[in-house]
Design a protein around this ligand. Structure first.
Ligand SMILES: Nc1nc2c(ncn2[C@@H]2O[C@H](COP(=O)(O)OP(=O)(O)OP(=O)(O)O)[C@@H](O)[C@H]2O)c(=O)[nH]1
Ligand SMILES: [Mg+2]
Length: 369
């Protein structure tokens, strides 16, 4: 395949499969646009199609032709798709559009890569990329390569297969290294717990204020920003009020979290699995519909990890910026969805101004000590 350099202009797209969806798809596409912008793309167009997905292109063939013309006329080099693309869909879209094609998972990994500073995060991202490319490589070997390189078959195929083999080998060695770190981390956490430490894991949506809260409770000075996925890894740090309690900050959730991300960041899941208490943050300064969506989806993800519901406390953060009426509505809906039977397990706070942090501290002490 010839290489060319791509500009940063992007068209985003979503295939809407639910004909009655008049709200959710917009939230999702806005989210995608925000991520793309943060990754350095300039989103200049967006396309929405309502249809059942097609197995070879995701979108309909006519729509893809339309997208091609739109992108050509606007000189857009990047097509960013909300939906998850199969290897075949990715290859076919790339060939039809002749631009850089990616889905939300690729975009997320790109942001992770730009933010990662520690070797473990980088290894996990590399493995995630490799696992994603593996089926793609197989498709190339089996189909396109055979079609387009018929004359070269034989030696060419041999070369391709040997590349594939060394790729698989490298993937296995990274996996082995990560597994080693995984075991090491489990030993460390178990040791601390055996020594009487209690672990409070700070989870929740990206940008919800997890690190701000972590800094406030531990006296740390970790970077905080309005950009997505500022935090990729974190160390345990003692609570200022009681050194038996350790806090740990985590990678942010997104709406429609791709399960591959959870698998790829397996080590980070330990922080959830070993938590004595999980505080789950939601940004209460957003529209109630969105907050509630984030809560219900977040709880579903926690179940898959799994985290026990009785260990979870929901923190509605950023109340300093929340509209009073909205906050009441969010509180009501949160009580309905997160019916924990314990009123203390839903706490509105402001990690920034410190409002209700005392109430949270009391709750942490009562739950753990
Ligand atoms: N108004 C207001 N802003 C807050 C509050 N807590 C955090 N923020 C702001 O929200 C943004 C995100 O804060 P972070 O603490 O980095 O959020 P995070 O959840 O750690 O984000 P990721 O690491 O990207 O997942 C920053 O601009 C913070 O200053 C709060 O209680 N009120
Ligand atoms: Mg953070």
């Amino acid at each position: 395949m010839e290489r060319r350099t791509f500009n940063k202009r992007a068209c985003t797209g979503i295939l809407k499969t639910d004909f009655h969806d008049h709200f959710l798809y917009r939230v999702k596409l806005d989210e995608l646009n925000k991520l793309a912008t943060n990754a350095g793309y300039e989103v200049v167009e967006e396309v929405i199609q309502v249809k059942k997905p097609t197995s070879n292109l995701l979108f309909g063939a006519g729509k893809v032709q339309e997208i091609r013309e739109l992108m050509e006329s606007q000189e857009i080099d990047n097509f960013i798709v909300y939906n998850r693309l199969s290897s075949i869909q990715f290859l076919n879209l790339s060939r039809r559009l002749e631009v850089n094609v990616m889905d939300r998972y690729d975009l997320t990994l790109e942001i992770f890569e730009a933010n990662a500073s520690d070797s473990l995060s980088l290894l996990q991202i590399r493995l995630a990329r490799m696992s994603k490319e593996a089926p793609l490589r197989k498709v190339i070997v089996s189909k396109r390569y055979k079609e387009e390189h018929a004359s070269l078959m034989g030696s060419g195929e041999y070369a391709m297969h040997s590349t594939l083999k060394s790729f698989t080998k490298r993937e296995a060695s990274i996996k082995k290294e990560i597994d080693r770190m995984l075991r090491e981390k489990k030993v460390q956490v178990t040791k601390r717990k055996d020594e009487g430490a209690k672990i409070v894991t700070i989870g929740g949506y990206y940008n919800s204020g997890k690190t701000t809260l972590f800094n406030r409770l531990t006296g740390a000075d970790k970077p905080v920003s309005g950009k997505p996925f500022t935090t990729l890894s974190a160390k345990y740090k003692k609570w200022l009020e009681n050194e038996k309690v350790l806090f740990v900050d985590t990678i942010g959730f997104v709406i429609d979290l791709d399960p591959r991300l959870l698998t790829a960041f397996e080590i980070n899941l330990i922080d959830f699995q070993y938590a004595d208490l999980l505080v789950f943050l939601l940004p209460a300064n957003e529209p109630p519909d969105i907050v509630v969506l984030k809560l219900s989806e977040g709880l579903k993800v926690l179940e898959t990890i799994p985290v026990q519901k009785q260990k979870t406390t929901v923190l509605l953060n950023k109340i300093d910026e929340a509209d009073r009426e909205n906050l009441d509505q969010i509180l009501d809906m949160t009580r309905t969805i997160f019916n924990s039977g314990n009123e203390n397990r839903i706490i509105p706070i402001s990690a920034k101004t410190g409002e209700n942090i005392e109430k949270l501290s009391k709750h942490i002490s009562e739950s753990l000590l």
